[in-house]
Design a binder for this molecule. Sequence first.
Ligand code: PEP
Ligand code: MN
Length: 373
Amino acid sequence: MTKLKNIKPIQQWYPGLKNTPLLIAGPCSAESEEQVMQTAHAIAKLDKVNVFRSGIWKPRTRPGNFEGVGEQGLKWLQQVKKETGLLTTVEVANPEHIELAVKYNIDILWIGARTTSNPFSVQELADSLKGYDKPVMVKNPINPDIQLWVGALERFHKAGIHKLAAIHRGFYPFEATTLRNIPKWEIPIELKSMCHSLPIICDPSHIAGNTEFIPEIAQKAMDLNMNGLMIETHINPTAALSDMNQQLTPKQLDDLLDKLIFRSISVRNNEFISVLESLRDKIDSIDQQMLELLSQRMDIVGEIGKYKSKNEVTILQLRRWEKIITTRLKQGKKLGLSEDFIKKLLQLVHKESIQKQTEVMNKIAASKKDKTR
Ligand code: PEP
Ligand code: MN
């Protein structure tokens, strides 16, 4: 569990926010007054988005790229708020950014993935935010370290910030993948189970890296009960100075939001509840059988361990292991199970079996030693 108590739900951050997914849209970076105003007006016209996002200071991997327009961009965001009524949010990475964001009445602050990875920076930001009532959204760190993410949230919470949310933007892949960042959905799910009241917003744009994959990721986030979406939107993505491939046009954003299905967590429908319950009963019974079978399998693994020990044979039998993999993958495929799933499952079972046989063999070896003493 976490120390995150009394988190304020998003609808209590500002009047007008409702208990529905928070929709945040806007360009990766503010580039010019014209680009910001045109994008904001087009987004506001959709009448679906709550918050306008824009990077003012951009963290770039290599120097020499466009690093944001700085303070003047905050004036454009003030203008956005005045003309459209949208709330505004920017990324802050140091105390000076906070000071300026507060000076220009930015409504919500977000902490970028690179900053979350550094507890020194996070602490400095948390200290600078003491006494301000600004909601803070903390992106996941670049590496899939849930403790680092929770730690950053706790630092803000300790500084008195209870209007807190997490943003899931995926994790750096060490190998080339179709997505820019690996979602690793199990991590935000784990975060939610560590703190039920913490809102989690998904940033499909930085997970996808390409507009093509955004709808699927956004739908998945909604199906996992996430509390909002942050989607990069630019009036003319082909001319964007950063993240050009992943920014939607306002029209594409409109289509995406139209097609998204917002399912509810539960319904007060007796028929639905009873059907769901009977299906869950079946799952419970299958799980029970699965556990019993695994336990029986482990007993046999132990017997084999004893037998191998008696005959002085090694634990790992590569040919046998390879045969298990190929036959089970074939069987699994016939049964409609994905190769990746079966492989991972077998690897887990095999690892546990090796562990079990190691214990058995060590025990026998230790008792033999005792007897020869
Ligand atoms: C961004 O939101 O534009 C951004 C820089 O995101 P991240 O910190 O997730 O890379
Ligand atoms: Mn971006």
